[in-house]
Design a protein around this ligand. Structure first.
Ligand SMILES: Nc1ncnc2c1ncn2[C@@H]1O[C@H](COP(=O)(O)OP(=O)(O)O)[C@@H](O)[C@H]1O
Ligand SMILES: O=P(O)(O)OC[C@H]1O[C@@H](O)[C@H](O)[C@@H](O)[C@@H]1O
Length: 443
C-alpha cells in the first residue's frame, strides 16, 4: 500500500517520509515463496538439531515428559507459570477418570522490572512469596492429607537444559531478563530453596517450558493436539517427537540449547520496531516537524499493546492513534494523514510478524509430516496456541491463520485446527505435576 500525503506542505519532507515507509515495507515483504523457504530451512535445521550436538542454528530442547496427562489424574495440583512479562500461580482440582478438570483458580502478578535484572534470590523470593500468599488464602477444603506435600508444575519460559522431569539448568535469559549468576544453575533448586524459606511445604514434580505446558494442556482435552505455539512476549513451539527421530539423544541429558524461532515476531519486539521506523521518519523526514519528540528516542517506549490499540483503531479521525501518540510519546499535534501513516506502519510490522510465525508453524508441520495430505486420509491436526500477543492482537492472529491457509492450500488447511488454549501453559504444568506425582503408586 502506498501512503499518500494529502497536503504536501513539506513536499520534500513528506516525500522523504513516504520513501522511508516504502523502503521499509519492501524489506518487510514476505511473499509465500519466501515463507516456504523459511519453513523448509526450519525443517532442515530441526533435523540437524536433533541429529547431533550443536548441529544446527535452530537448536532443539528435549523436554523430559515421561507421562503426558491421561485424564485419569485426581487431586489438587499447583502450577507456577513464569513468562517474560508476568507470572501466574494456579491451583487445579482434578476429578479423575471421566471427570477431568473440576475447577481452577489463579492469581496473575506482573514481574517488577527490577527483578528481571537483579539477583536470583530477589526474583525467586518474590515468586515464592506470592505462591505462599496464594496457598495461605486457601479454604479448608484444600488442606492436604497428613504426610502429603503439595505438588507443583513449574513453567519456566526460558531456554533450559533439562536433565530430568524436574531438574534443568538455565542456558541463558531472553526477553529482557539478565540475572547472570543464574545461568547454569538448576532453576528447580532455586525455586525450592525460596519456597523452603517461605515455609512452603511444596515440591516441584515437573519443570516444563510454556510450549510443553500448552501441549500437555491441549492434549488433555483434545487428543488431536500435536503441537503448541506460544506467541507472547517471546515465541516458541513444541511438538511430540518420536524418540527414534532424535539420533543425538540416547536417553541421557541432552546438551542442546533450545528450538528458538524468535525472529522479532513476538510481543517483545513489534512495538519497538514501529518506534524505530517512526523515529527514523522524525529524524530524516521531519515527520513531526523540525524537532524529534524526545520520548520517541526512548527504547521500548512504544509497547506492543499500544501498537495493537492503534492498529485496531476504527474511528474515522483515528482518535485512539492521536491519544496514544500524545499519552505515550508526548506527540500532541498530528494530522489525520500522519495518523494513517502510523496505522499503515503497524500493519506492515504486524503482517511481517504474523506471516513469519505462520512459516514457523509450517516448518513444524513439515517436520511432523503433516504439511501434505496423506493419500485420502483426513488426519486432523490441532495446534494449541497461547500467549498474550496471539490472544489480544486480532489483526496479527487473523493474518497468521490466513497465511497458514495460503501456504498449505484450502484443502489441506481444512484438516488443520488452530485452537486457542487459554492459559494452556499453566494448566498443562499442573497436569504434568499430577501425571508425575510422587504419590501415584499410592493411588
Ligand atoms: N492487547 C494486546 N495487544 C497486543 N499484544 C499484547 C496485548 N496484551 C499483551 N500483549 C503481548 O503479550 C505479551 C504477554 O504475553 P503473555 O503470554 O500474557 O505473557 P508472557 O509472555 O509473560 O508469557 C506482552 O509482552 C505483549 O507483548
Ligand atoms: O510465554 P513467553 O514469555 O512469551 O515465552 C515464549 C518463549 O520466549 C522465548 O524467549 C523463550 O526462549 C522460550 O523458552 C519461550 O517459550
Amino acid at each position: 500500500a502506498v501512503v499518500v500525503c494529502r497536503r504536501v506542505k513539506r513536499g520534500g519532507k513528506c516525500g522523504k517520509a513516504n520513501g522511508i515507509m516504502k523502503e521499509f515495507e519492501e524489506k518487510c515483504r514476505t511473499p509465500a515463496a519466501k515463507l516456504k523457504l523459511v519453513a523448509d530451512a526450519m525443517t532442515v535445521e530441526m533435523h540437524a538439531g536433533l541429529a547431533s550436538e550443536g548441529g544446527s542454528k535452530l537448536k532443539m530442547i528435549i523436554s523430559y515428559v515421561d507421562n503426558l496427562p491421561t485424564g485419569d489424574e485426581k487431586g489438587t495440583y499447583y502450577a507456577l507459570d513464569l513468562g517474560g512479562t508476568n507470572f501466574r500461580v494456579l491451583r487445579v482440582h482434578l476429578g479423575g477418570k471421566g471427570v477431568g478438570l473440576i475447577n481452577q483458580e489463579f492469581a496473575e502478578v506482573s514481574i517488577p522490572p527490577h527483578l528481571m535484572t537483579g539477583t536470583s534470590d530477589a526474583l525467586f523470593d518474590y515468586i515464592a512469596a506470592e505462591l505462599a500468599k496464594f496457598v495461605s488464602q486457601e479454604s479448608e477444603e484444600f488442606k492436604l492429607s497428613p504426610g502429603r506435600q503439595r505438588e507443583l508444575g513449574f513453567t519456566f519460559s526460558f531456554p533450559v537444559m533439562q536433565t530430568s522431569i524436574n531438574t534443568g539448568t538455565l542456558v541463558r535469559w531472553t526477553k529482557g531478563f539478565s540475572i547472570d549468576e543464574m545461568v547454569g544453575r538448576d532453576v528447580v533448586e532455586e525455586l525450592s530453596r525460596a519456597m523452603a524459606k517461605q515455609g512452603l511445604d511444596m515440591s516441584v514434580s515437573a519443570l516444563v517450558n510454556d510450549t510443553v505446558g500448552t501441549l500437555a494442556g491441549g492434549r488433555y482435552t483434545n487428543k488431536d493436539v500435536v503441537a503448541a505455539v506460544i506467541l507472547g512476549t517471546g515465541s516458541n513451539a513444541a511438538y511430540v517427537e518420536r524418540a527414534q527421530a532424535i539420533p543425538k539423544w540416547h536417553g541421557v541429558p541432552s546438551k542442546s540449547g533450545e528450538m528458538i524461532f524468535e525472529k522479532m515476531i513476538s510481543g517483545m519486539y513489534l512495538g519497538e520496531i514501529v518506534r524505530r521506523v517512526v523515529l527514523r521518519m522524525a529524524q530524516e523526514a521531519a515527520f513531526f516537524g523540525d524537532t524529534v519528540p524526545p520520548k520517541l528516542e526512548v527504547p521500548f517506549a512504544l509497547r506492543t499493546p499500544d501498537m495493537s490499540a492503534m492498529h485496531h483503531d476504527t474511528s474515522s479521525d483515528l482518535k485512539v492513534v492521536e491519544t496514544k501518540l500524545k499519552d505515550i510519546l508526548e506527540i500532541s499535534s498530528t494530522s489525520l494523514s500522519m495518523r494513517k501513516t502510523i496505522v499503515e506502519l503497524c500493519n506492515i510490522v504486524a503482517t511481517r510478524g504474523a506471516r513469519l510465525a505462520a512459516a514457523g508453524i509450517l516448518g513444524v508441520l513439515k517436520k511432523m509430516g503433516r504439511d501434505a495430505a496423506k493419500d485420502g486420509d483426513k488426519q486432523k491436526t490441532v495446534i494449541a496456541m497461547d500467549g498474550g500477543l496471539y490472544e489480544h492482537y486480532a489483526e496479527y492472529s487473523k493474518c497468521l491463520e490466513n497465511t497458514l491457509e495460503e501456504l498449505l492450500g484450502e484443502e489441506l488447511f481444512k484438516n488443520i485446527v488452530i485452537s486457542h488454549s487459554n492459559d494452556g501453559s499453566g494448566i498443562g504444568a499442573a497436569l504434568l505435576a499430577a501425571s508425575h506425582s510422587k504419590y501415584l503408586q499410592d493411588e
